[in-house]
Design a protein around this ligand. Structure first.
Ligand code: AP5
Ligand code: MG
Length: 213
């Protein structure tokens, strides 16, 4: 199973990828999570990417392609993967195509979670996430059992630094200008499934399951 999730910030990529990964037994590879971990650890990558992410802009393609190339070479990705947040530009999609060429690991399924900007802004304002295990919550739609504490690992939940109003506006702008062209890119090359991401998490998950079965 090789799955790519495309969608605006806050469209539910991380939420759906987490469920899919548990269901299918293939790794959830989130470039956002990889970058946030690098920022947390203060690595060279983190120092370079941190300010760019905080502004809501995209990290340069070369850097991202290198990160994904390395991640996809790890053993657990041989049986398949769920890519969340990569590719995000046509250049990244072309480089990914070249990496996957001839690996014989089955069909690439591309899922586009479609959610209007006004819903995105409401979702992101109430998102909380776990800095340790990456679990995602929403204060109203999917709150943790104990306020402010991760159900999975007990860590204190946090808001993301790039969830400020200004950064969200920049992220949405980057999505429309740089990532939306991927819908046409994949629409003309692979199976692209557009999924209405405004429904409940469970309903979206059901639609995702139907589109890849
Ligand atoms: P990344 O971490 O990928 O952020 P993003 O694309 O902006 O997406 P989000 O993680 O904000 O949202 P999501 O779609 O995962 O939604 P979620 O499931 O959390 O990237 C961050 C930054 O890193 C980028 O801005 C860029 O700088 C850099 N970067 C990363 N990859 C890059 C690349 N390839 N190239 C260049 N730069 C890159 O859900 C959101 C909220 O809604 C949650 O609270 C959730 O509980 C709730 N929710 C989810 N689904 C539903 C539903 N169906 N109904 C109601 N609520 C829901
Ligand atoms: Mg995410």
């Amino acid at each position: 199973m090789q799955i790519i999730l495309i969608g605006a910030p806050g469209s539910g990529k991380g939420t759906q990828a987490g469920h899919l990964s548990r269901e299918l037994g293939v790794p959830h590879i989130s470039t956002g999570d990889i970058l946030r971990e690098a920022v947390r650890q203060g690595t060279e990558l983190g120092r370079e990417a941190g300010p760019i992410m905080a502004s809501g802009a995209l990290v340069p393609d070369d850097l991202m392609v290198g990160i994904i190339g390395e991640r996809l070479r790890q053993d657990d990705a041989r049986k398949g993967f769920i890519l969340d947040g990569f590719p995000r530009t046509v250049t990244q999609a072309e480089k990914l195509g070249a990496m996957l060429e001839g690996n014989g690991n089955g069909k690439l399924e591309v899922l586009y979670l479609s959610v209007p900007d006004e819903v995105i802004v409401r979702r992101i304002a109430s998102r909380r996430s776990c800095p340790d295990c990456g679990s995602i919550y929403h204060l109203e739609n999917s709150p943790p059992k104990v306020q402010g504490v991760c159900d999975q690992c007990g860590a204190q939940l946090v808001g993301r630094p790039d969830d400020s109003e200004e950064a969200v506006r920049a992220r949405l702008e980057a999505f429309h200008r740089q990532t939306m062209p991927l819908v046409n890119f994949y629409g003309s090359r692979n199976a692209l499934h557009e999924i209405d991401g405004t429904r409940s998490v469970e309903e979206v998950f059901e639609a995702v399951g139907q589109s890849i079965s």
